[in-house]
Ligand binder design. Structure first.
Ligand code: NAD
Ligand code: GLY
Length: 366
């Protein structure tokens, strides 16, 4: 088992990464003195697969467990799902000495984190992420939220878990498309922070797709380490944390214009990373070989690299709604070569993205 620490003073917490960790959930939770009365919150897809294992470990160790199930899907990342959780907690007399456990992908993790942040003004929670995206990104760093009909993640809080338990064995049941979506975020870490990790991913791609435990654990560990290091210096995204949104400006526009749900978040980010890399090349921050390397690695992970066809104005409008817009100017995360990045305000985004859409860097893609 591998272990990392997210160093945030009295809100610090461990991330444990291994295979078949769920069987020892109780042992791991007791290390951080997690409350013994818990609500295990999952959805109708993940619970039949893993709730039994976690519950057995907890109950064998004397924990008092209430399971709460939500419907599956981004469409249920809503205030209504929060209400289901609050109702169950209140009916079962959950007090401030109890805790919540999120068992599922990023949707469950984000909802449960926000429920924990707000129930009785805050109770402890643990993350047990079961998608690759949740294991390398959403379970770490304390961003919690639900959606509003007018936009994604608009109602939320920064609220850190007590512990993150990552069991890569859960990825065996994950649909291939979800695995690829998670790999997009893994590629992101290599591009923005670690050239040798990027090169390692190129070498180990096949093993990752074949779910080799050892390779998955190494990839998840390095990804979480990079994210933790960023969060440690900028927990609330007032500066450097924005680099974690590399590829997301154009990616969010792809998601928004195509209608949420048509692209997985990681798929849209893959397209956005090709855009970000080519913009970086156009601004002299990286070479065309770097752009090709990013694109080829994403293609090898079965990710889309072509933008859906929408007018430039629609893309510009959608990107204008991105959180990285300050005083009407577009701020982008650009990769400097591979393994480093910077946040820059770009002039003439209409010309830049117009050229990009006209000459999208796809030559050589089968
Ligand atoms: P998801 O939670 O919807 O999971 C994808 C699908 O896989 C779901 O149908 C889920 O039930 C199923 N699933 C989960 N684990 C499984 C397993 N082991 N086996 C079989 N099926 C399994 O999607 P996601 O990609 O994990 O997360 C996306 C969400 O994460 C979005 O809402 C996004 O806003 C959020 N997010 C949050 C952060 C953050 O920092 N908090 C970062 C990135 C994304
Ligand atoms: N997923 C980006 C962040 O956590 O900041």
């Amino acid at each position: 088992m591998e272990e990392l620490n997210v160093g945030l003073g009295d809100r610090s917490y461990p991330i444990l990464i291994g295979s078949s960790l769920l069987l020892k959930s109780a042992e791991h939770l007791s290390r951080v003195s997690f409350p013994r009365r818990v609500a295990l919150i999952s959805n109708e897809t993940v619970a039949p697969l893993y709730e039994g294992e976690v519950r057995k470990s907890l109950e064998d160790a004397g924990y008092n467990v209430t399971t709460i199930l939500l419907p599956d899907g981004e469409a249920y990342k809503t205030l209504a799902s929060l209400e289901i959780i609050y109702d169950a907690l209140i009916k079962e007399n959950f007090d401030r000495s109890t805790g919540l456990i999120a068992l599922g992908g990023g949707v469950i993790g984000d909802i449960v984190g926000f429920a924990a942040a707000t129930y009785l003004r805050g109770i402890p929670f643990a993350q047990i992420p079961t998608t690759l995206l949740a294991q390398v990104d959403s379970s770490v760093g304390g961003k919690t939220a639900v959606n509003h009909p007018l936009g994604k993640n608009l109602i939320g809080a920064f609220y850190q878990p007590q512990i993150v338990l990552i069991d890569v064995a859960t990825l065996k049941t994950l649909p291939a498309r979800e695995l690829s979506a998670g790999l997009a975020e893994v590629v992101k870490y290599g591009v923005i922070k670690d050239r040798s990790f990027f090169d390692w991913l190129v070498q180990q791609g096949e093993d990752l797709l074949n779910l080799s435990s050892e390779t998955l654990i190494a990839a998840v560990k390095r990804s979480c380490q990079i994210k933790a290091n960023v969060v440690e210096v900028d927990e609330k995204e007032s500066s450097i944390r924005a680099i974690l949104n590399y590829g997301h400006t154009f990616g969010h526009a792809v998601e928004m214009l195509s209608g949420y749900g048509n692209y997985r978040h990681g798929e849209a980010v893959a397209i956005g990373m090709v855009a970000a890399a080519d913009i970086s090349r156009r601004l002299g921050r990286c070479s065309s070989q770097d752009v090709e390397a990013v694109r080829d690695l994403l293609v090898s992970f079965h990710l889309p690299v072509l933008p859906p066809s929408f007018p430039l104005d629609d893309y510009l409008h959608a990107m204008g709604r991105d959180k990285k817009v300050q005083e009407g100017r577009l701020r982008l995360v650009l990769n400097c070569g591979l393994g480093d990045c910077s946040i820059e305000t770009v002039a003439e985004p209409d010309r830049l993205f117009g050229d990009l859409l006209e000459h999208w860097p796809v030559t050589g893609v089968a």
